[in-house]
Design a protein around this ligand. Structure first.
Ligand SMILES: NC(=O)c1ccc[n+]([C@@H]2O[C@H](COP(=O)([O-])OP(=O)(O)OC[C@H]3O[C@@H](n4cnc5c(N)ncnc54)[C@H](OP(=O)(O)O)[C@@H]3O)[C@@H](O)[C@H]2O)c1
Length: 257
C-alpha cells in the first residue's frame, strides 16, 4: 500500500508507539488525526506537530466513538486508514479483591472492545475508499501469556483472533487488515514494569514503527518487529519453557502486595 497521501486516524497517538506513528506518518506526507483522553497530551502533540489534527476521545466509550466518527468524517471525508493503537497494560494480582467487576475488565474495554467498536463504526466508510487499511496493534503477549498481566494478555489474544477473522471477511474489499505484533518497547506503558522486564529487551519505538510502516508499504499483513519474531518461533517450539520464563515475576508481585 502506498504510505503517502493517506488520511490516517491513530487512536492513542499522543504517547509511545502512537506518537512515533504520528511523527513518521507526517514525515511520509500523510494527513494525520490523533485521539487520546488527556487534553494536555493532545495539546503537547499539536505543539510538536502543528499539522496534526487532535480529537479528545475515549476508545472504551461507545458514545465517544459515535461522536468521533461524526466529527472526523465531516471534516475528513478522505479518511482511508485506521490505526487501532490505544492501549493500556496493568499488573494485576488476581488474589487482590479490591478490583471490582467494572475495573477488572478495563483492558478488555480499551484494548479489545475499543478496536472492535472503532472498526464497526468506521468500516462502512473505509470500504468506500479506493485503497484503505486497518492496522491493529497487538503484542507478543498475544502469542503467550505474561501472567502478571492476565487481562492485558486476554485482550491482546482476543484482538489477534478478531483481526484474523476481520482480514478474511474483508478479502473482497478495498480494506487491507494488518496486525502489528509489537514486542516490548521503550514507552511510558513499560514504566510500571521496570522491575519485571529487562530494559535491554525493549525495542526503540522509532525502529519498531519504521518496520511497521515498511510492512504496510510491502503489504506484509502480519508484522513481527524485533524480538516478536523470536517470540513467535519460541511460542511454537517451546511454549512451556517460554511460559515458565514469563511467569518469573509472579512470585515477586504476590510478595509485594
Ligand atoms: N510498549 C510496549 O512494550 C508494547 C508492546 C506490545 C504492544 N504494545 C501496544 O502498543 C500500543 C501503544 O502502547 P504504548 O506502549 O505506546 O503505550 P503508551 O505510551 O502508554 O501510550 C498509550 C496511548 O494510548 C492512549 N490511550 C490509552 N487509553 C485510551 C483510551 N481509553 N482511549 C483513547 N486513548 C487511550 C494514551 O493517551 P491517553 O492516556 O491520553 O488516553 C496514549 O496516547 C498499545 O496497544 C499497547 O498495548 C506496546
Amino acid at each position: 500500500m502506498n504510505i503517502s497521501n493517506n488520511t490516517i486516524l491513530i487512536t492513542g497517538g499522543t504517547s509511545g508507539l502512537g506518537l512515533e506513528f504520528t511523527r513518521q506518518l507526517v514525515d511520509w506526507g500523510n494527513t494525520v488525526l490523533v485521539t487520546g483522553r488527556d487534553l494536555s497530551k493532545l495539546g503537547k502533540t499539536k505543539k510538536i506537530f502543528p499539522q496534526v489534527h487532535i480529537f479528545q476521545s475515549d476508545v472504551s466509550d461507545p458514545k465517544a466513538i459515535r461522536e468521533l466518527y461524526e466529527r472526523v468524517i465531516t471534516q475528513f471525508p478522505n479518511l482511508n486508514v485506521l490505526i487501532n493503537n490505544a492501549g493500556e497494560m496493568r499488573k494485576i494480582n488476581l488474589h487482590d479483591v479490591s478490583y471490582d467487576l467494572e475495573n477488572i475488565t478495563r483492558e478488555i474495554e480499551i484494548n479489545l472492545s475499543g478496536p472492535i467498536r472503532m472498526v464497526q463504526q468506521f468500516l462502512p466508510h473505509l470500504k468506500t475508499q479506493k485503497a484503505a487499511a486497518i492496522l491493529n496493534v497487538t503484542s507478543g503477549i498475544a502469542l503467550i501469556p505474561f501472567p502478571i498481566s492476565p487481562i492485558y494478555g486476554a485482550s491482546k489474544s482476543g484482538l489477534r483472533s478478531y483481526t484474523k477473522s476481520l482480514r478474511i471477511q474483508m478479502k473482497n474489499t478495498s480494506v487491507k487488515v494488518f496486525e502489528l505484533v509489537a514486542p516490548g518497547a521503550k514507552t511510558p506503558l513499560n514504566d510500571k514494569f521496570e522491575k519485571d522486564v529487562d530494559p535491554k529487551t525493549l525495542m526503540d519505538p522509532g525502529k519498531l514503527v519504521a518496520i511497521a510502516i515498511k510492512g504496510i508499504e510491502n503489504d506484509t499483513l502480519d508484522i513481527y518487529p524485533g524480538l516478536a519474531k523470536l517470540l513467535k518461533i519460541a511460542s511454537r517450539v517451546a511454549p512451556g519453557f517460554l511460559l515458565q520464563q514469563l511467569s518469573k515475576p509472579v512470585d515477586k508481585m504476590q510478595l509485594d502486595q
